[in-house]
Design a protein around this ligand. Sequence first.
Ligand code: PMV
Length: 319
Amino acid sequence: MPSISATAPAKVILLGEHAVVYNQPAIAFPVPDVRARVAILANPPGKPGHVEITSRQVQLQTSLDVLPPEHAFQRLFTAFQRETGLKQLPAMQVTISSEIPVAAGMGSGAAVSVAMLKALGLFVGIKFSNAQLAAMAYEAEKAYHGNPSGIDNTVIACEKPVYFKKNEPITFLTLPSDFNLLIAYSGIPAQTIATVNAVRAKMEQSPVQTGAIIEQIGTLVRQARVYVEAGDVASLGRACTQNQSLLMQLGVSTPKLENLVNAAINAGALGAKLTGGGGGGNILALVNPEIQVKVMDALYQAGAERVFPATVRKTADYE
Ligand code: PMV
């Protein structure tokens, strides 16, 4: 049998991370040019049910059955079998190759999950809806931190800009124009679970003060939605920078991230902030195309390890 493969994009959270865990809205964009890919090869000599998984990026070579039940891949295959009613998996070799940096706030885990589910679906002759993909990938997200908001798996499965609020129907955003982003990796791996737990501890210690920051982020996201849909990049840039100060108050930023944010703004970016869990990982900067190269240089000079230019295309280009 030939190999079957599928891909899924990276994502960035434009505004609203952390607050989204506490039922505030957040805005996220897919990054279609940076992708995870999963190839599946039928493995007839293998015993039925034997699944071999390889990922060079994270030096993983394992068979599924030795992974603990709480592992993301176990959760994913369980969700897949539950969804399809498939009692026995065919023997297969699964190869993951991803361009998305791991532990950087770009949704690499969710992208691998969605690409794997799409490939598994093709392998057994089922085309899942985006909602099914998002729901199954959510099961794997729970392995990364206990109470994920669901934003990563949603934006990645749907591959469209989303305005996301936990437990509410997804709203897709209409972008009247392209948005040009730079995503700069600080070189420090981000542990989403650590910053999510730190925010929870802060919430328990000082609920009024922390709750007020979360509320302010929510208000900013609601305003930012209007700017996104109006193509008002200047106001959106300012909202991103305001979101960064609120994230600093939440304690999830770091001096290195702040350094990168300041470098981008001083070089002419319209706004900048950390993106994802923080504590390391990436910042994003919103730029006009003519300033992109200058901001990119400034980010490298300020110590960015890698800078991705990412154009989020106007919505008409998705259909
Ligand atoms: O670090 P990432 O890209 O997985 O983003 C986490 C976003 C948070 O809001 C911090 C957590 C969540 O579950 O939404």
